[in-house]
Design a binder for this molecule. Structure first.
Ligand SMILES: [Zn+2]
Ligand SMILES: [Zn+2]
Ligand SMILES: [Zn+2]
Length: 273
C-alpha cells in the first residue's frame, strides 16, 4: 500500500491566499504547502488507486504529485474542503464509485452518500455507493471500514484501510474532536500509519470562543468542538497503538516556530505500508 498525502491543511490551507502571517511566509520561503485535505492510496498489487476525500485543490494535487487518477473515491463528510473537489471528475475519470456513509444526519436530513448523490447527480462520472458504518467493504482490492467520529454539528467518519494480503493497515481519524467513540477506536486500532486530525497546538485554545475540551493531564485534546489539538492527535496515536502518527488538517494559525516540526505533515509525503 502506497500512501501519498495530497493535502494536509485545513479549509483555507497554508499558505492562505493573501495572508502575510509568519507561518504563511515561512511556508512560501520553504516551498512547502498544506492544501485542502486529501489522501491517495495506491494498491500496488492490483495497480488501483483510492482517493480519500475530494479536495477543492484536486487538480493541483494531481499535477504536483506523480500518482495515477483514482479508480474509486471515498468521502468522509460533506464539508467543502473534503467534498467539493468531486466536480473535477468531469472529463477526468469515468464511472468512479464514490463510497460514503448511508446513515441519515439529523443536521441535514440526509446521509453523506445522499448529499453526494444530490450534489453530483449531473455528473455521469460520479457513482455514489452507500456504505454502512462498521461493515467492511472492498475497494481497489483493499478492505475499508467507515466508523463514526465526532465533528459537530455534522456526521463525519474515520476510516480503516487494510490490505487483506499483506496485513498493512492505514487509519484516518477524519475531521474529529478527541471524543472518538470506543467502538470506532477499536476498528482504527493498531495501524501501521495513523493520519490524525490536529488543527492547532492546545495553547491556542484560549483564543477559541468555546475554549478547549477533553482535558487530559491538564491539556486540552480538543480545540473548540470540531477538531483535535496537536496534543489530542498525538494522544490518539498512542491510544490506538499506531506505529507512526502524522498530524494532518493543520491550520496556518499555528505559530511559525511550531508549524514545521514533527509529527506535522506537509503535502507530498509518501509512505509505503
Ligand atoms: Zn497565514
Ligand atoms: Zn470538516
Ligand atoms: Zn476539514
Amino acid at each position: 500500500m502506497e500512501v501519498t498525502l495530497l493535502g494536509t491543511g485545513d479549509t483555507t490551507g497554508t499558505p492562505t491566499p493573501d495572508c502575510s502571517c509568519d507561518t504563511c511566509e515561512a511556508a512560501r520561503e520553504r516551498g512547502v504547502k498544506r492544501s485542502r485535505f486529501s489522501v491517495h492510496v495506491h494498491n500496488e498489487r492490483t495497480d488501483e488507486s483510492l482517493l480519500v476525500d475530494a479536495s477543492p485543490d484536486l487538480r493541483h494535487q494531481f499535477l504536483a504529485n506523480d500518482v495515477p487518477l483514482p479508480d474509486e473515491v471515498l468521502i468522509s463528510h460533506i464539508h467543502f474542503d473534503h467534498l467539493d473537489g468531486l466536480g473535477n471528475a468531469y472529463r477526468l475519470v469515468s464511472d468512479v464509485p464514490v463510497h460514503a456513509a448511508d446513515e441519515t444526519d439529523p443536521e441535514t436530513g440526509e446521509s453523506v452518500v445522499g448529499t453526494v448523490d444530490r450534489r453530483y447527480d449531473y455528473l455521469d462520472a460520479v457513482t455514489p455507493v452507500p456504505r454502512t458504518p462498521f461493515e467492511p467493504f472492498e475497494a481497489c482490492g483493499l478492505e475499508l471500514t467507515l466508523v463514526p467520529v465526532d465533528h459537530p454539528p455534522l456526521v463525519c467518519y474515520g476510516l480503516a484501510i487494510e490490505d487483506p494480503e499483506t496485513g498493512a493497515k492505514l487509519s484516518l481519524s477524519g475531521d474529529t474532536n478527541y471524543g472518538v467513540p470506543e467502538d470506532s477506536r477499536e476498528a482504527l486500532r493498531d495501524p501501521d500509519l495513523l493520519l490524525a486530525d490536529g488543527i492547532v497546538p492546545e495553547h491556542l485554545c484560549e483564543y477559541h470562543p468555546l475554549g478547549g475540551n477533553h482535558e487530559v493531564d491538564g491539556e486540552f485534546m480538543t480545540f473548540g468542538t470540531k477538531h483535535m489539538t496537536f496534543e489530542g492527535a498525538r494522544r490518539l496515536g498512542r491510544d490506538l497503538d499506531a506505529d507512526e502518527t502524522r498530524v494532518v488538517h493543520v491550520s496556518h494559525f499555528v505559530p511559525a516556530e511550531e508549524a514545521f516540526v514533527e509529527p506535522l505533515a506537509v503535502d507530498g509525503e509518501r509512505y509505503v505500508l
